[in-house]
Design a protein around this ligand. Structure first.
Ligand code: AMP
Ligand code: TRP
Length: 311
């Protein structure tokens, strides 16, 4: 059976870009694979230094995973920091790749350009992500388009290691659904936690409405392009055509229809989410960590032998 893995950072509330770009593709695929779903808390630490907030975000992300329909019996749900082999392997990869190579990372450059601190963890981020994937011999990684280069980095880390120490790691492939590769935010740019342009996945209906009403509309066209593009995630384009024709010139009506369509998708998941307790989250993470640790420690024993630190 092929192996599937993806991960999300507990750096804030998940938005509909995370849902359509990564979570929904995972949910649609994971039953056909041996699947793992990660909470990458050490990645979040590159930008978030508030322990109370981090704790809360971790619990929230796991609730989101369960609410969107991931069954913890069929996927290993775990937290990166519970498996120390991730940071250990990241270090080994960091000794194999060069600074100029890491300097080419778009995600790093974008984050620094936006004013995030250029800490060494943010710089080395792709090698920790490579470890997340390569430790488990993963075949397929469902992600949004912004992660394409990071998967290339993971392949490169695998190739470098294999070349230096002998065949050990499998080169993973990304799975990017073109239709949702980059979900736009309320300003038409990529939806992102750090751009302040998100529609929260599990906000209240009022929060969702507020975000939708803030979608930037351009009065030059007949239909509001940004509203339409987001709407097309929730409704067939065929049906949308008629709706936007009928609402021509009335942007508010189109936005109200979008709120209702988001609500129809989200409400059942939100209801399920409310029934999940913090204790259930702890149990899921403890069981997931145990399974992941067993696999990771086996792989790391092989790695330690190959690099020469086991005498
Ligand atoms: P992050 O919020 O950076 O942890 O992203 C988690 C996952 O959501 C990654 O697979 C991203 O590629 C995906 N993602 C984030 N924002 C978007 C977006 N605007 N459109 C599509 N996918 C996204
Ligand atoms: N870098 C990814 C993001 O920001 C999160 C991530 C970390 C990840 N490790 C991963 C995604 C492993 C897929 C597989 O979205």
């Amino acid at each position: 059976m092929q192996r599937l893995l993806t991960g999300l950072q507990p750096s804030g509330a998940l938005h509909i870009g995370n849902y359509f770009g990564a979570l929904k593709p995972f949910v649609d695929l994971y039953g056909d694979y041996e699947s793992s779903l990660l909470v990458v808390d050490y990645h979040a630490l590159t930008t978030l230094k508030n322990p109370e907030e981090l704790r809360q975000n971790i619990v929230n992300v796991v609730k989101d995973y369960l609410a969107v329909g991931v069954d913890p019996k069929r996927a290993t749900i775990f937290k990166q920091s519970d498996v120390p082999e991730h940071t250990e392997l990241a270090w080994i990869f960091e000794t194999l790749v060069t600074v100029p190579f890491l300097m080419q990372a778009h995600a790093y450059k974008d984050k620094v350009a936006k004013g995030l601190e250029a800490n060494a963890g943010l710089f080395n981020y792709p090698m920790l992500m490579a470890a997340d994937i390569l430790l488990y011999d993963i075949d397929v990684v469902p992600v949004g388009a912004d992660q394409r280069q990071h998967i290339e980095y993971a392949r490169e880390a695998a190739a470098k290691f294999n070349e230096t120490f002998g065949e050990t790691f499998k080169e993973p492939k990304e799975r990017i659904l073109e239709s949702v590769a980059t979900v736009p935010g309320t300003d038409g740019q990529k939806m992102s936690k750090s751009y302040g342009n998100t529609i929260p996945l599990f906000g209240t209906k009022d929060e969702i409405a507020k975000a939708v009403m803030s979608i930037v509309t351009d009065s030059s066209g007949e239909s509001p392009e940004h509203v339409y593009n987001i709407h097309s995630l929730f409704k067939e384009r065929g049906e949308l055509g008629a709706l936007y024709k009928a609402n021509k010139g009335n942007y508010k009506a189109s936005k109200e229809a979008l709120v209702e369509d988001i609500e129809a998708t989200v409400a059942p998941m939100r209801e399920r989410r409310e029934s999940i307790s913090d204790d259930e989250v702890r149990t899921v993470l403890a069981e997931g960590a145990e399974k992941a640790r067993e696999r990771a420690s086996k792989k790391m024993t092989e790695v330690r032998k190959k690099i020469g630190v086991m005498i």
